[in-house]
Design a protein around this ligand. Structure first.
Ligand code: NI
Length: 145
């Protein structure tokens, strides 16, 4: 890490006690790491309010395998938005239900629009969308070392 700044904050002892219990439950090694994550999370939540900010998202769809043409329709919709769809996985949950997990990237507003169009298709029973803001200037990187 570079350009680290140290800050001191004042917190009521009662609030700090609750925070320490919270981060212990989450497994954080120290307060600094927990506070950094909370700051990043708050900034990310604020960023995704802007429809032009860059984001990645995971869409989870549970749908009825027996609904005529639904599988093809969902597939066609992903193909037409291929520049947003990074990956997708299909799992056969049981005799009737399929789970599709679709990973997307792009501008927040575009991702939300695609997510809405996928989740509103007839036959899709349950859906969730989880979106995170990312830095637009991010470069591909390796995990070699
Ligand atoms: Ni299936």
């Amino acid at each position: 890490m570079s350009n680290i700044e140290r800050i001191g904050i004042s917190v009521e002892s009662n609030l700090l006690e609750q925070f320490d219990a919270f981060i212990a439950g989450k497994g954080y090694p120290n307060r600094s790491e927990a506070i950094r994550d909370l700051i990043r999370s708050a900034l990310s939540r604020q960023q995704i309010q802007n429809p032009d900010s860059c984001a990645v998202a995971g869409i989870f769809l549970v749908y009825d395998h027996h609904t005529a043409g639904l599988n093809q329709k969902l597939n066609d919709m992903q193909h037409s938005q291929f520049y947003h769809v990074i990956a997708s996985t299909h799992v056969h949950l049981d005799h009737h239900n399929c789970l599709e997990v679709i990973i997307l990237k792009g501008k927040t507003g575009e991702i939300q629009k695609l997510a809405d169009s996928l989740t509103s298709v007839k036959g899709v029973k349950i859906s969730t969308v989880n979106m995170m803001a990312v830095q637009p200037e991010g470069h591909p990187h390796s995990h070699g070392d």
